[in-house]
Design a protein around this ligand. Structure first.
Ligand code: IMP
Length: 381
């Protein structure tokens, strides 16, 4: 299950399944393990560099908000009874759900910006969002509550906001019916951190459309600007590796090169073998390990992409750009990870949502239905 890899979730499951200290025969109950993990996570929020959690998971990312994990465990247990099981440990998915429940509850009082991955998070892979989608009403509710909502997607369509409009038509139609102040709180960050869009009402048609924001207005918030020549050089190396890999694995893939990205996609209607895509993503990551320009190489499920920049930088730029859009944003220069939640479906080593943990609290969903359920709960808090 390559899509289900996470050191924290694995640690929790391991401790439940096996004695924590073999020589002492120390075995903790499911509840005791969650209690210990809650303590360790909250210690990590305060002291990320010296926490016990870091000893167990050296690469553990920052955590911004203390969680009441036990409340989430008890609530989840009322409808699953998973703690009563003696022979079957909680599954990866169950632990992920518990962490999500605790995370959304913890951030609800301070939430100001919510960012969503697109494919497989708000719509199906390669899909579109229609006005009847449950996610549309949830997004509108967030906007009307004063919370900024932005998509942060790898999909990069430089200078072509229409491509995003097509996929987001249901949201844009719903925005036509709400006050302009709320409508303006919806943004789209494309190409991970390369193309920012805001909404505006087209004076002729009255429709809500997307408009590209000039880079000078927001790119400094990302902290970095990159020379196109350096980007081209990195993308050349990535492209060469992608070519070698599809040849090696004998895949009928095609290469697509863009201004800030290069990827392989599937021109056939048969899906690629997931493990082969993993192999390619990990190989490109390794080949580019000494590059100084931030980039991300990821497995998109039926394609592999290398993008300049990453979602952590995209969210960081938004945290600065959107302060003027939040009700109490005056005198603030930026938001932080205690006020920002990123919701995505790819948090493994080859996923492009993982790096969002550098700057935001996160929730890990596995499909748009799960997103709608979790976000419906969050918006009601
Ligand atoms: P995300 O899940 O919203 O981040 O979108 C990832 C998917 O967007 C990839 O798996 C691709 O199918 C698609 N995509 C389209 N254009 C690009 C690009 O320029 N870079 C990366 N992914 C892209």
């Amino acid at each position: 299950m390559l899509k289900e890899q996470d050191p924290l979730i694995e640690l929790i499951r391991e401790w439940i399944m096996a004695p924590i200290d073999e020589s002492a025969g120390l075995q903790l109950s499911t509840l005791e393990v969650f209690h210990l993990v809650e303590e360790m996570m909250n210690e990590h929020v305060k002291n990320p560099h010296t926490s016990r959690l870091r000893k167990y998971i050296p690469k553990v990312k920052r955590m911004f908000v203390p969680l009441n994990l036990m409340d989430a465990v008890y609530d989840y247990d009322t409808f699953t009874n998973f703690t009563k099981r003696k022979r079957v440990a909680p599954t990866f998915k169950e632990v992920r759900h518990i962490l999500n429940l605790a995370s959304v509850r913890a951030i609800a009082p301070t939430l100001k910006l919510i960012t969503f991955d697109a494919d497989d998070t708000i719509y199906a892979d390669g899909g579109i969002i229609t006005e009847s989608s449950e996610m549309v009403s949830v997004i509108v509710d967030f906007l009307q509550k004063g919370i900024v909502v932005s998509l942060v997607t790898a999909a990069g369509y430089p200078g072509d906001p229409h491509r995003y409009e097509v996929r987001l038509q249901g949201i844009l139609e719903a925005l036509e019916k709400i006050p302009e102040s709320a409508q303006k709180r919806f943004l789209v960050m494309g190409g991970e951190c390369n193309y920012l869009h805001v909404t505006h009402r087209d004076p002729e048609s009255g429709r809500v459309r997307l408009r590209v924001v000039d880079g000078n207005e927001w790119k400094d918030g990302r902290g970095q600007r990159w020379d196109q020549q350096d980007c081209d050089r990195l993308l050349d190396r990535a492209e060469a590796t992608l070519k070698d890999m599809i040849e090696l694995l004998n895949m009928p893939a095609k290469i697509m090169r863009k201004e800030r990205a290069v990827g392989i996609y599937n021109p056939t209607d048969k899906r690629f073998v997931y493990e082969n895509l993993e192999e390619i993503a990990l190989t490109v990551q390794y080949e580019l390990r000494n590059e100084t320009i931030p980039h991300c190489a990821f497995n998109g499920g039926n394609d592999v992409w290398v993008d300049i920049g990453n979602k952590g930088l995209g969210i960081a730029a938004l945290q600065k750009y959107v302060v003027s859009l939040i009700p109490d944003g005056v005198n603030r220069t930026q938001l932080d990870g205690t006020e920002c939640l990123h919701v995505g479906d790819r948090f493994t080593r080859t996923g492009n949502d993982t790096v969002s943990r550098d700057v935001a609290s996160t929730a890990w969903v596995s499909n748009p239905e799960e997103t709608a359920l979790l976000m419906g709960f969050l918006v009601s808090l």
